[in-house]
Design a protein around this ligand. Structure first.
Ligand code: NAP
Ligand code: MG
Length: 489
């Protein structure tokens, strides 16, 4: 049931500990993809607003670094508690703004809280190592030091968890932050920012600025006072981010798209595989970078798997994610919706066979939103566009393989390398898969879209710049190492 009454408000930038309108007095509307109604308005900021945000972060960096890791961690604990108090409201906003169902939105917000607490704990952990010197009278050790001002550019599909898994480590390791959220998730982002603001960080330590990617995102990367950039989003935008950052000589990290395979081997537990493919492929309407989009099935179990998959997919309820009993929400925006429909047409034209779904839902409340039914294609060959391009929607391509070796080779036949799963009960098969698969996340008898905050996260090939986020791995990006050598005088 949709219980709360709702009004679309206007949200401001947060610069140097003050909420402020853009000097341009212009806003951007954020739309609910379930009913096309406004969810809120955010600032359409200009380069002058950005200038203030980066300068504030620059001025704050020395005192923030000197505050010490433990005190910085305490502020993250506070933020976690405030986010927890606001969990329901933030999750509801997320569902309204980008469509994922309320239980998923609550799960993501809870994940954000857990990530804050994990990195808050980093405040009490080591910041270097002692290394034996060849001089017995010397002390040699490493000391982690922050990078300075870190730019954070985030996508709309995880508007709470992704910003937090970037900002929490950036902050605890002593960096100051300028955060530019995705426009399509900017209202949810503003509510996350409110939690940071209430926690009482010193002025300038964390700044929030909304606006277009090409003006504010690009302007941030190009700003001479920026020391590093962390980006999650599309491959297309990411490539430009890399070029700009490399030209400036600043540290950068990119996490981008995926075309994640699931192999169903002949000895798989088929029911388990079906459940995982449905969850990995269709939750969040397939709009996860780790979503399962290619399912490669050994020919001897292909028909059985397909029939069970279709039977279970038929049970999926599509609708407004705020309503109880809805399993899959709308596509997050009109452009996502159009992309999904275009790819369904492309798949048919390429000669793949649509065995289920892929229909635009119409009538009553469906007319008001961007709803499609989950789609399953068979007779897909590995080179088709629907088997190569990241669709970022609820579309699964079933590909037949004659044996495990061929299945792995098809799985690797993509420019991406984020996540990959296999379903098998054969130890040799899973060992071969672990060795041969080109993916940063390797999942055995588990869906492709699972992530644990205490473990490294990131992709290979075109999915990533190869660095890792989350867990201890985040430290490698957000700090630099000083090697210190001390000798008595
Ligand atoms: P996107 O269009 O690339 O946008 C990502 C962010 O970049 C947004 O904040 C966007 O701002 C900004 N941006 C756009 N143009 C820019 C430019 N020229 N310079 C600097 N910044 C710019 O991606 P999206 O549609 O939000 O997210 C979907 C994509 O993210 C998918 O490809 C998905 O696979 C990927 N993703 C990857 C991961 C991962 O960890 N590997 C996780 C989640 C999502 P505006 O919103 O204002 O355009
Ligand atoms: Mg929206």
């Amino acid at each position: 049931m949709i219980t709360t009454t709702f009004t679309a408000k206007t949200y401001q930038n947060y610069i140097n500990n003050e909420w402020a309108d853009t000097i341009a007095e212009d806003t951007i509307v954020s739309i609910n993809p379930a009913d096309k109604e406004p969810v809120g308005y955010v600032q359409k900021s200009t380069k002058s607003d950005l200038e203030k945000a980066v300068e504030a972060a620059h001025h704050a960096k020395k005192s923030w670094r000197r505050l010490g890791q433990s005190a910085r961690g305490q502020l993250l604990f506070k933020t976690a508690n405030i986010l927890e108090e606001n969990l329901d409201e933030i999750a509801e906003t997320m569902t309204r703004e980008m469509g994922k169902t309320l239980p998923e939105a609550k799960g993501e917000t809870a994940r954000g809280i857990a990530i804050l607490r994990y990195y808050a704990g980093e405040g009490m952990r080591k910041e270097g190592d002692v290394i034996p010197s060849s001089d017995k009278d010397a002390l040699m050790f490493t000391k982690r030091t922050p990078l300075g001002v870190v730019g954070v550019i985030t996508p709309w599909n995880f508007p709470v968890a992704i910003p937090i898994w970037k900002m929490a480590p950036a902050l605890v390791y002593g960096n100051t932050v300028v955060w530019k959220p995705a426009t399509e998730g900017a209202v949810t982002a503003a509510k996350v920012m409110e939690c940071f603001a209430k926690a009482g960080f010193p002025a300038g330590v964390i700044n929030f600025i909304t606006g277009s990617g090409s003006v504010i995102g690009q302007g941030l990367i190009d700003h001479p006072l920026l020391n590093a950039i962390t980006f999650t989003g599309s491959e297309q935008v990411g490539k430009g981010v890399a070029q700009s950052a490399a030209a400036r000589g600043i540290k950068f990290q990119l996490e981008m798209g995926g075309k994640n395979p699931v192999i169903v081997a002949k000895d798989a537990n088929i029911d388990q595989a079906v459940e995982a493919v449905i969850s990995g492929g269709f939750r969040s309407s397939g709009q996860k970078c780790t979503a399962s989009s290619r399912v490669i099935v050994e020919s001897s179990v292909f028909e059985e798997f397909k029939e069970k998959l279709v039977k279970e997919t038929e049970k999926i309820t599509v609708g407004n994610g705020l309503q109880e009993g809805i399993w899959m929400g709308p596509c997050a925006s009109e452009s996502q919706f159009n992309t999904v429909n275009e790819y369904i047409e492309i798949g048919k034209q390429e000669g793949a066979k649509l065995v289920y779904g892929g229909e635009v839902l119409t009538g009553d409340e469906y007319d008001k939103g961007f709803f499609v039914t989950p789609a399953i294609f068979e007779k897909v060959s590995p080179d088709m566009k629907i088997a190569q391009d990241e669709i970022f929607g609820p579309v699964i391509a079933l590909i037949k393989a004659s044996d495990l070796e061929e299945a792995i080779s098809i799985a690797n036949h993509t420019k991406y390398g984020l996540s990959a799963s296999i379903f098998t009960s054969n130890i040799s098969s899973l060992m071969e898969f672990i060795d041969e698969i080109e993916a940063g996340l390797v999942r055995i008898n588990a869906e492709s879209a699972g992530v644990e905050l205490q473990a490294p996260f990131g992709g290979m090939k075109a999915s990533s710049t190869g660095s890792r986020e989350q867990g201890e791995a985040a430290k490698e990006f957000y700090t630099s190492i000083k090697t210190v050598f001390i000798k008595g005088s």
